[in-house]
Design a protein around this ligand. Structure first.
Ligand code: UD2
Ligand code: MN
Length: 578
């Protein structure tokens, strides 16, 4: 508590009180929008100076390994570039193992102070926002499974060093049954200097959903803040997350999730006008999209929270009592995935709100693959996603089920979760789509759907090659797998061949040129993205047809339409309109 903190300060107590009062005074004097920004910034600088004094005298930070000169590898969030060829054989080996174990450059991270400095990336307006006078206190919950030591410790220190002490009640680190590396073995010693940090350990591998529940049940703070174990909180990150919750405890907040480069650990930052919000596709996979115009208009200041239909999942704040009332997470979900959409839908449908706080910046290392082990006998992502679809999606769940061929698998019992929805009298999914996410594409309006299977070679389907949203990948022929995903397409009313937000596009005009039919962002302007499907042929607006090579099963290209060539004929399922 705040009292015991002040007690521990002993003789410094009076000084702290004085500084706090001065700080309060400064804020009250200057934190209104009538003063010019320069003036407010100056006041803020003075306040920051005083805060720095508090840090010097606080016993918690006597174990200071911060580099006051802010120079050195990675300081100020800069990149650490390593010339691998210049490394000794031994270090090369370390370098490779670091990448292999973590799917990021652990070798670079190990060179950087666990308390490195970061640039203050906030918008100038953010530094003078007047927050609610009674911000709630917080438990920060960080879960990990086999995280690299330097990365985990940097996450924790960034919380300790950049959170106002009176708002940070405790930090709970949950070790989800780590079994590799030595991070988890030294953790107890590592956190000794950090007084308000404690470690909990699961007795078996629970997965991130239940690991977070372990932390949540043990937490005492009014608000819970969840973080992944490879994050860095930037200056001023916490207050903007707490402010909307102080005003309405049913609001959950997310920071701007900045990219920490997986190779150099550079902390990149987003300009306040480019903030993206969360959506999802009908595979029920999270995606980012630009803040809609309607939302830009609704807000008055650029520091105002931005409504987001969904959250990425790893980094968010929520009032603990509200989280409990919502039934927290679904404990029937394993390892990874789905929990973020489940919580997002639940929040909106049950009378809450989800907003991005544009003044809160937290970095996260985005990885290109998952470094840890996954169960081999169950498709956990599918299981988790079916569970959430069953509970929250009403009739709209059919669009997801189409994409997995209605093969739901054994997803367990969700009756408890449905009871929560009933108890809270949550709104239908249609309400969510109409009011919170009107931009969402509804597949029910399409003419054909599912896999597009060649008639000449009936084992080959059109495959978009990539489920990620990088545009420009060409389509290929690939053995039909019946799993939806990259082989699931729609013929829309607009005559697009669509896969979520990508449309097949033929722009080169070159015939018999494999690789020239690409998935591009849908532009709704017909032209190169306009197709018809008649007599089993896929005809482009240019008058040519999609053909699978007769000599191999992979090449697909445009060719002059020829009704008797079975390699130009494709099976595709017609939607029965209900
Ligand atoms: C994103 C989220 C992540 C989670 C996931 C969907 C962000 C930035 N990240 O994936 O938090 O919502 O989507 O489920 O929004 N972990 C365990 N036990 C496990 C597996 C993972 O404790 O069995 C930990 C892991 O060490 C990490 C966290 O859970 O701290 C999230 O895992 P991730 O980093 O692999 O997920 P990510 O960021 O790809
Ligand atoms: Mn992560």
């Amino acid at each position: 508590t705040e009292e015991s903190f002040i007690d521990r300060l002993g003789p410094a107590r009076a000084l702290v009180n004085r500084i706090r009062n001065a700080l309060q005074f400064q804020l009250e004097q200057h934190a209104d929008h009538d003063h010019p920004v320069e003036e407010r910034l100056k006041a803020r600088e003075q306040v920051d100076e005083m805060k720095a004094q508090v840090q010097v005298i606080a016993p918690e930070v006597n174990h200071d390994v911060k580099n006051p000169n802010k120079t050195g590898p990675g300081e100020m969030g800069s990149a650490v570039r390593i010339d691998k060829n210049a490394l000794s054989e031994e270090d090369k080996e370390k370098f490779n193992i670091g990448w292999k174990n973590n799917a990021f450059n652990q070798y670079a991270s190990d060179m950087i102070s666990v308390r490195r400095s970061l640039a203050d990336v906030r918008d100038a307006e953010c530094k003078v926002v007047k927050f609610h006078p009674n911000l709630p206190d917080t438990s920060v919950i960080i879960i990990f499974h086999n995280e690299a030591r330097s990365v985990l410790l940097r996450t924790i220190w960034s919380v300790l060093d950049r959170s106002p002490r009176h708002l940070l009640k405790e930090v709970i680190v949950v070790d989800d049954f780590s079994d590799k590396g030595d991070t988890y073995k030294t953790l107890e010693d590592d956190i000794k200097p950090m007084k308000i940090v404690r470690v909990l350990r699961t007795k078996k591998r629970e997965g991130l959903i239940r690991a977070r529940l372990v932390g949540a049940y043990d937490a005492n703070g009014t608000v819970l803040v969840f973080l992944d174990s490879h994050c860095e909180c930037a200056e001023g990150w916490l207050e903007p997350l707490l402010d909307p919750i102080a005003r309405n405890p049913k609001v959950s907040t997310i920071p701007i999730i900045e990219i920490i480069d997986d190779s150099t650990f550079e902390f990149r930052s987003t300009a306040i006008r480019n903030i993206q919000v969360g959506g999802f596709d009908w595979n029920l996979i999270y995606n980012w999209h630009n803040t809609p115009e309607r939302e830009m208009k609704r807000r008055r200041n650029r520091t105002d929270p931005i409504r987001s239909p969904t959250m990425a999942g790893g980094l968010f704040a929520i009032n603990r009592a509200w989280f409990e009332e919502l039934g927290m997470y679904d404990p029937g979900m394993d390892i990874w995935g789905g929990e973020n959409l489940e919580l997002s839908f639940k929040l909106w449908q049950c009378g809450g709100e989800l907003v991005c706080a544009p003044c809160s910046h937290v970095g996260h290392v985005f990885r290109k693959r998952s470094p840890y082990s996954w169960p081999t006998t169950v498709n956990v992502i599918k299981k988790n996603t079916v569970r959430l679809a069953e509970v929250w999606l009403d009739d709209y769940k059919k669009y997801f089920y189409e994409r997995i061929n209605f093969d739901l698998g054994d997803y367990g019992d969700v009756s408890d979760r449905i009871k929560i929805r009933e108890r809270l009298q949550c709104k239908p999914f249609k309400w969510f789509l109409d009011n919170i996410f009107p931009e969402q594409y509804i597949p029910g309006e399409s003419l054909y759907y599912g896999e597009i299977r060649n008639q000449g070679k009936i084992k080959v389907c059109i495959d978009s090659q990539s489920s990620s949203d990088d545009a420009g990948k060409s389509i290929i022929g690939f053995p039909c797998h019946g799993q939806g995903g990259n082989q699931f397409f729609l013929l829309t009313k607009m005559f697009e061949i669509r896969k979520e937000d990508k449309c097949l596009d033929f722009g080169s005009g070159k015939l018999h040129q494999e690789g020239d039919i690409r998935s591009m962002g849908c532009h709704s302007m017909k032209g190169n993205q306009m197709w018809s499907y008649e007599n089993k042929m896929l005809r482009h607006s240019s008058g040519n047809c999609i053909e699978l090579s007769s000599t191999n099963d992979r090449d697909i290209y445009m060719a002059p339409c020829n009704a008797s060539n079975t390699c130009q004929q494709w099976y595709w399922k017609k939607r029965e309109l209900n």
